[in-house]
Write a protein that binds this ligand. Structure first.
Ligand code: OXD
Ligand code: MN
Length: 600
């Protein structure tokens, strides 16, 4: 075994080589293969995965370089219940994370990893989150027995020999170990050891659980490192908006999973705003690493280099840019395969195909029902596409800027049928941190659990904050104090429904109308009313040209219903109570101030 590893080792980083050997001893793969990130390697892995059925090659003319992957039926989303933060002290993980003592976690997972790669290869995947060489960036090594993972990591991160070269003989890196093992739910764990900068993921093949650069490193370990090193890792898209004659302004937005980050990151101006000539630049759709620049402004880097986006409901109307992005060199997970070798999902362009093979690999026709009379979906509701950002028509080379882009506004948002108005602006940074901390949203299909259930999801980070959230809010407050030019903080809610249960706001492209007001406020313009919750635009303030929305609906969208807010404050209090004395006083003060404003 030792020989097989050493023969092809392309690094003189001894610590790295020893760790790979140690993990190989545990998992007992037949071979250890160091990935160099080359085209030749990609082709070889694709062929191998096609030969075993792990990937299906799609129509070469219509979807060149694209593949379909079907995951196990019990392995289609992130498993928050099996995701742990393993710190020496339980309190450091905080009440919103599952916790396990590191020793117990290593022991439990070792028993599953032991021998799990027999008959398989172990791939060594060197990857860099952020541009190689940037002070924002972090290097990780993922060991995995899944070609699907290697090919996804190749899209989602800067991956291969260049990363080993940057690591040199003694650079620091996060150690990631992944094995599909036997894909059994009762032998599945996603474990984070922030004190050792280590991630162990076993028993799953689903993206969010196994592409270790994404949620595990860029958010859970990243947020921990950020607090120690004075920066922030956030679940945020990054978007540039250019108005003719003005410099591009960049904003970040934190929405929970499957709440439209990818759509907003690629927003296309609605017909009624076309005359203004806006250009949109997509820097990232899921994660932002934020640092204070030498200029005293908040600067953002997208640590990823690809999209792992939700497909359900994605089409040429809701997100034409995404559709153009995924036309080549993309991996589709858990969608329907049409007879012509193209793919389809609920909400995709066109009529449902008359026949196909569904995401489970069974023959499918429209209208099919299961034994309980429930419709059988062609694609899983959490079906995904993986595509390189460089293929995105709104790609900007600012993506590669090692010092990141300057941020003018931070936007928080949830999927909340009632309570939050379409948009409001916080009074200042401290109030803005509270606005983020009290966020609530309805659960979506991106994680295992009951869809639609409202849960508190501060800063859209509840599944991703790698430490005690009370400390996390303290860190946010401290960052604000250090910023010479703190961005303004806003909250949006695209998902309000009227009495008939229908959405009041059209969303998608029309969200640019709200961004327009946000940017006016950044420039010190844009009329607003001061309400108990923050500044809300006057109902005639948004440019609604070409939009058929009556004044009554607009009023409802912008209304602040004191009764609903007071009822929500009770739920907030229950949520904040779990943090005990560790909760920053500023959060309590802001909550109490809100109550006062609502009751006077
Ligand atoms: C994602 C998620 O995949 O948040 O981005 O689940
Ligand atoms: Mn996400």
């Amino acid at each position: 075994m030792r020989k097989a590893v050493e023969k092809s080792v392309p690094t003189n980083h001894q610590r790295l080589v020893h760790w790979v050997e140690e993990m190989a001893k545990l998992c007992q793969p037949d071979r250890v293969i160091w990935c160099d990130g080359s085209e030749e390697e990609k082709k070889r892995l694709e062929q191998e995965a096609v030969s075993t059925g792990e990937l299906i090659e799609l129509n070469k003319e219509k979807l060149p370089g694209c593949f379909l992957h079907r995951s196990a039926h019990n392995d289609v989303a992130r498993v928050e219940g099996l995701t742990y933060i393993c710190t020496c002290k339980k309190d450091d993980a905080g009440p919103t994370n599952n916790w396990m003592a590191p020793r117990e976690a290593y022991e439990k997972a070792s028993a599953i990893f032991r021998g799990s790669m027999k008959g398989r290869a172990m791939y060594v995947v060197p990857f860099c989150m952020g541009p190689i060489g940037s002070e924002f960036s972090k290097i990780g090594i993922e060991l995995t027995d899944s070609i699907y993972v290697v090919l996804n990591m190749r899209i989602m991160t800067r991956m291969g020999q260049a990363v080993l070269d940057a690591l040199g003989s003694d650079g620091g890196f996060t150690k990631g170990l992944h094995s599909k093992a036997d894909l059994r739910m009762d032998r599945r764990f996603i474990l984070h050891f922030p004190e050792d900068s280590t991630i162990w993921s076993v028993g799953s093949g689903y993206g969010g659980n196994v592409l270790l650069g994404k949620k595990c490193l860029a958010l859970r370990i990243g947020s921990w490192l950020g607090r120690q090193e004075g920066w922030m890792a956030e679940h945020m898209l990054i978007l540039g908006i250019e108005k003719p004659g003005s410099p591009v302004k960049y904003v970040t937005a934190a929405f929970p999973s499957a709440c439209g980050k990818t759509n907003l990151a690629m927003v296309v101006p609605p017909e009624g705003l076309k005359r203004k000539g806006y250009k949109i630049w997509t820097v990232g759709d899921d994660i932002a690493w934020l640092r204070i620049g030498d200029d005293g402004r908040l600067r953002a880097v997208n640590p990823e280099s690809g999209f792992f986006g939700v497909l359900q409901g994605t089409n040429s109307k809701t997100n034409p840019i995404a559709i153009l992005t995924m036309r080549r060199n993309s991996i589709f997970t858990n969608v329907l395969l049409r007879p012509d070798g193209t793919v389809w999902w609920e909400g995709a362009d066109g009529e449902p195909p008359t026949e196909g093979i569904d995401w489970r690999g069974n023959p499918w026709r429209p209208g099919m029902k299961d034994e309980d009379g429930k419709p059988i979906f062609a694609a899983h509701p959490n079906s995904r596409f993986t595509a390189p950002i460089s293929q995105c028509p709104t790609y900007t080379d600012k993506m590669e800027d090692p010092s990141g882009v300057p941020i003018s506004a931070i936007i928080f948002g949830g999927r909340h049928a009632r309570v939050a108005p379409l948009v409001y602006e916080s009074f200042n940074w401290q109030h803005g941190v509270y606005v983020g901390a009290q966020m609530a949203s309805e659960r979506t299909a991106a994680q295992v659990g009951k869809v639609g259930e409202v849960r508190r999801d501060p800063m859209a980070m509840i599944p991703f904050c790698g430490y005690n959230m009370a400390d996390y809010w303290r860190h946010w407050l401290q960052m604000g104090r250090k910023l010479k030019y703190p961005p303004k903080i806003f909250h949006v809610n695209w998902f309000q429904t009227g009495k008939d249960g229908q959405f009041l706001w059209p969303g998608f492209r029309d969200n640019l109308r709200v961004l327009e007001w946000i940017l006016e406020r950044v420039d010190g313009e844009g009329d607003a009313d001061e309400t108990a919750v923050g500044y809300v635009p006057r109902s005639d303030r948004l440019d609604l040209t070409g939009l058929d929305l009556d004044q009554a609906s607009m009023k409802e969208l912008l209304a602040v219903d004191r009764r609903e807010w007071l009822a929500d404050l009770k739920l907030q209090e229950e949520f904040f109570a779990q943090f005990g004395d560790r909760l920053p006083q500023e959060i309590t003060d802001e909550k109490d101030n809100l109550r006062k404003r609502l009751t006077t």
